[in-house]
Design a protein around this ligand. Sequence first.
Ligand code: GRF
Length: 200
Amino acid sequence: MKLAVAILISGSGSNMVHLVKSMDSEHPAFPSLVISNKSNAKGLEKARHLGVPTEVINDKFYNNNKLDFEKKLMHTLKTYNIELICLAGFMKILSKDFINNFKNRILNIHPSLLPKYKGLNTHARALEANDTIAGCSVHLVTPELDGGPVIDQIKVKIEKNETEKSLAAKVLMAEHILYPKVLFNFANKIKKSTEIGNRK
Ligand code: GRF
């Protein structure tokens, strides 16, 4: 049985598209659902185009009430029997309780070489610091923002004339390679450990 994956987005969803496309017939997981907290997220249309069910849990309707938002999110994930969550440009911070309910089952992609530059504006901060190397990280989500264990990273070189825009584009291309690779290995590991667990 393949693992059911939910991909959570808020915007353009380019990482989501690469994750969905990577889950072919040989993959240990399948894209069961794409969820957005923004009804106008461009990624929603892309997901539908790829034939993946979509749900909008509009945080506007929840008046930024995190508890109710997460109750609805949890209910939706249960309805689809989701076993693994990939955050892909999902711009909402999840609570400790929610994360602990999916312990070691939530991945996130972050556009920096963690532990450097947690949070926002990572590229501007790397340029400001005159860094020569930037990159992206996939990490396990824990209650500490962008602070969970890093699973893998890709580095990119910062050129002399680099701008925030050019760096963002370069890092995003690296993200599209990194995230599917990590998902494949991570899903395989979960599948193997549950198969061993079932045999015991
Ligand atoms: C990516 O850079 C990701 O690392 C960050 O938000 C961006 C989302 O891009 N968290 P997309 O929606 O996947 O195109």
